[in-house]
Design a protein around this ligand. Structure first.
Ligand SMILES: [Zn+2]
Length: 339
């Protein structure tokens, strides 16, 4: 049984035995399904079946997972400062103290709970200390150190680790992806369900392939190339922070490809997972750098990723990176200059 299934089974038992707590802190890295788990828990509570598991097909279940259930209040970041402000938490206290629509109780999801302002946190603390009957507070965060210790002490701690490749593969299979593709995506998703879902989207892959082709092609390093690289990824989102996130993601794919290239170089007996033609092309290019060249590339890639948040001009940072890759290819004796 996967980690999530065991966790869900624990909550089901708590619901059946009437031992469910009033507040939980769902903590763990971004993109591992904490919010999704919280919504399924609400569905389990509201489901018409009433056995502590969600059927996911009845009206209350669907309303819960779509965040539209009248007894569910989801509080997220607001305004330019992206915080959970005091005004919203005051309103939440009123909402949570009113009579539930369905008769069972009311649930609040605060995500991300580390974005509560200090005033808002103190207001929330007051209701956590004397929770209305049947109320449930689910605090979701990837940065638990940003949640007031007084609040943490009022909530039961639930840790969500990265998903195993097997769990991701299974879920992708359930969502209709071919077994081969699901295995490939699960191997690259690094435990993140968000990443897996994006990676499973063919348009997404095409953009990444074009990006990696541009980066690893012998002509990378031209000013035009850096601009083109950014443009290949910016199609859908446009917004700068979205592009940064995707550059980060494609660099993490590049690192996974580099690991595969290294495995090919040192002839590890473990067989490589099934690869797409583009992956094979990229791995062949990376393997041609040799072990020392690959080590340099990995170092340089990690350095670029670490600086992504801070670098003011993304195209310039990418241009310098692409230039360095070209130099590495030159040192390894690969053709540089003509494509
Ligand atoms: Zn149901």
């Amino acid at each position: 049984m996967g980690g999530r299934e065991a966790l869900a089974a624990g909550f089901t038992r708590a619901i059946r035995d009437g031992r469910l707590g009033h507040a939980y802190l769902f903590r763990g890295p971004e993109g591992v399904g904490k919010r999704e788990f919280a919504l399924r828990l609400v569905a389990a509570l509201e489901c018409q079946r009433g056995d502590g598991t969600p059927c996911l097909t009845c009206d209350p279940c669907r309303a819960a997972t779509l965040e539209r259930h009248p007894d569910l209040f989801v509080v997220g970041p607001e305004g330019a400062r992206r915080v959970l402000p005091i005004e919203r938490i005051r309103r939440l206290v009123e909402e949570m103290s009113s009579r539930p629509w369905g008769g069972r109780g009311r649930t609040a999801i605060l995500d991300p709970a580390d974005r509560l302002t200090e005033e808002a946190a103190n207001c929330l603390l007051a209701i956590l200390e004397a929770p209305p009957p049947g109320s449930l507070f689910l605090l979701v965060t990837a940065r638990p150190e940003g949640v007031l210790p007084t609040i943490r002490s009022r909530a039961m701690d639930v840790f969500f680790g990265p998903l195993s490749p097997g769990e991701i593969e299974k879920r992708l299979g359930e969502s209709g992806l071919s077994a081969e593709r699901a295995r490939e995506v699960a191997g690259l998703a690094e435990g993140s369900w968000h990443a897996a879902r994006r990676l499973a989207d063919p348009g997404h892959w095409a953009a990444h392939e074009a990006f990696l082709d541009g980066l690893l092609s012998p002509r990378a390093g031209d000013v035009e190339t850096a601009a083109t690289l950014v443009a290949t990824l910016s199609g859908a989102e446009g917004e700068d922070s979205g592009v940064r996130a995707r550059v980060d993601e494609v660099l993490s794919e590049l690192l996974a490809l580099a690991r595969n290239a290294l495995r090919a170089l040192i002839q590890t007996p473990r067989p490589l997972p099934p690869l797409s033609p583009a992956d094979r092309r990229h791995i062949a290019h990376l393997a041609a750098l040799g072990v020392r060249g690959l080590a340099r590339l990995v170092r340089r890639t990690v350095e670029l990723r670490d600086g992504l948040e801070r670098s003011a001009a993304l195209p310039l940072a990418l241009e310098a990176y692409a230039y360095d890759l070209r130099e590495m290819a030159g040192r390894a004796g690969l053709a540089a200059g003509g494509a």
